[in-house]
Design a protein around this ligand. Sequence first.
Ligand SMILES: Nc1nc2c(ncn2[C@@H]2O[C@H](COP(=O)(O)OP(=O)(O)OP(=O)(O)O)[C@@H](O)[C@H]2O)c(=O)[nH]1
Length: 226
Amino acid sequence: MAIRELKVCLLGDTGVGKSSIVCRFVQDHFDHNVSPTIGASFLTKTVPCGHELHKFLIWDTAGQERFHSLAPMYYRGSAAAVIVYDITKLDSFQTLKKWVKELKEHGPEDIIVALAGNKKDLGDIREVPMKEAKDFAESIAAIFMETSARNAVNVEELFQKISKCFSLEFMLARWFAPYDHIKHCLDCFIRNCYGICSMGRQGSLVVRAVGLITERLPDRIPELTR
Ligand SMILES: Nc1nc2c(ncn2[C@@H]2O[C@H](COP(=O)(O)OP(=O)(O)OP(=O)(O)O)[C@@H](O)[C@H]2O)c(=O)[nH]1
């Protein structure tokens, strides 16, 4: 099975639970007395996604203000960023908005952004209404989940959602989106040829996809070349 490497960074205020989310995802473990991250830490985990394997290269950044200037090193070149806030701390949601702005201005152009409202288990003392966060996520086309690293709620699901954004079907659909006239061909391609094409760099994959469409669906060539 082809392996796709996905660099992912976690951003957000200190104490919101970034390291705990990563620890839950990678080791299925929760530590009540985790120390604040210094600089950043790095972990990996490989998960299946359809006919592919996705290897997450996870950079868990330090939330303390004194480390803020290091963050670009980690979000640069990232395929996705998980911005974490603590649902019991309104301030951490304001910080999240600053991260969104910074990523928009200085982050990779096509980065996938996921917002995680952590400590869902402390819902009775929440300060950030779920609807407000969800609406904000929608307004910036971000993935949204409320998680609990402590109770293992939605952590796996969060990474699955990110993973899906890099699945073959999803990426092909994104690349071909501007070409409405070959949409039907693309649908046919996905239905008929999925699993045959080799994974590679984006360009070679697209070339191969178009090659397969023209080979298998010659009657569609006029649409492709219109
Ligand atoms: N109740 C509850 N506590 C959590 C949860 N996730 C993390 N915590 C606690 O919150 C505190 C901070 O967690 P960390 O994972 O260190 O937070 P962080 O965002 O990595 O912090 P920095 O490394 O300083 O940026 C720890 O005491 C954790 O045990 C959660 O889902 N629920």
